[in-house]
Design a protein around this ligand. Sequence first.
Ligand SMILES: Nc1ncnc2c1ncn2[C@@H]1O[C@H](COP(=O)(O)OP(=O)(O)O)[C@@H](O)[C@H]1O
Ligand SMILES: [Mg+2]
Length: 245
Amino acid sequence: MTYAPLADCGEETAILPLAVRDLVLRLGEATILDGINFDLGPTGCTMIMGPNGAGKSLLLKLLHGLIAPNSGRISWGKVRPTRVTSRQALVFQKPVLLRRSVAANIEFVLRARGKDVARRDFLLDHVGLAHKAAQPARLLSGGEAQRLALARALATDPEVLFLDEPTASLDPASVLAIEAIVSDARARGVRIIFVTHDPGQARRLADDVVFLERGRVAEHSSAAEFFPEPQSDAARNYLSGKLLV
Ligand SMILES: Nc1ncnc2c1ncn2[C@@H]1O[C@H](COP(=O)(O)OP(=O)(O)O)[C@@H](O)[C@H]1O
Ligand SMILES: [Mg+2]
C-alpha cells in the first residue's frame, strides 16, 4: 500500500513525537482529565487502557483536536497545530460510513483528500472487501463495516491512527482481522494510539501502555514491563479482574 506519510511533508515536519503536558479537561462541574502528562515517540503502538469513565475517549478527542482542553499543552512535533488533524485519522467503536456503496465510501475519502482514486481497489483488497465493493455499506456485517472504516482511515495516509475500542462489539475472527490490519499499518510506520478494554488485545498489540484512572495517568510503561508487573495498584487491580467495569 502506498502510505507515504513522511514523503509528503518532509521529515522535519513530522507530527511526532507527541508531548502532553498538564492537560486538564473540565465538563460542567466535573474535572474529567486532571493533569495528564506523557510522551510518545515516533513509532509503535500505544494502548490506552483503564476502567469505564476513566477519560480514554475524551483524551483521544483532545489529541485529535476535536475538543480543546481547559489548560495544558498537546505538542505534536514541529508542526503548526492547525495542520495536525489532517495528518491523523480516528476510528470509533461504531463505524462512521456513508449511505453509499462500499467502494464509494473509499472513493469519497480519496477525492476529498486529493489522493489517487485508483487506490480504491488496493485498499478494498487490503481490508478483504474487494468482493463487496458494489454493495451498499449499510448491508455490511459489524466486522466488515469496521474494516471499511479502517480502509477509509488508511486512505488518508495518516501519520497517526487513533482507534477508540474499534473491536468492542465484534466476534473473535473479526477482532483478529482488525488487529492484523492495524499491525500491518504499524509495521509500515503509522503511529498507532489504540484504546481498548481488552487486556488480551492490549497484550497482542502494545509496545507501551498508558493506563488511565479517574482522569489521571496511573502508569505509562512498556508492554514488557506492564503486563508481567504493573507498577500501579489501579493497573494491577484491572488486570487481575477486580476493576473490569
Ligand atoms: N459531554 C459530557 N459532559 C459531561 N461529562 C461527560 C461528557 N462526556 C463524557 N463525560 C464523562 O467524562 C468521563 C470520561 O468519559 P470517557 O472519556 O468517555 O471515558 P472512557 O472512554 O474512559 O470510558 C465519564 O465520567 C463521562 O461520564
Ligand atoms: Mg470510551
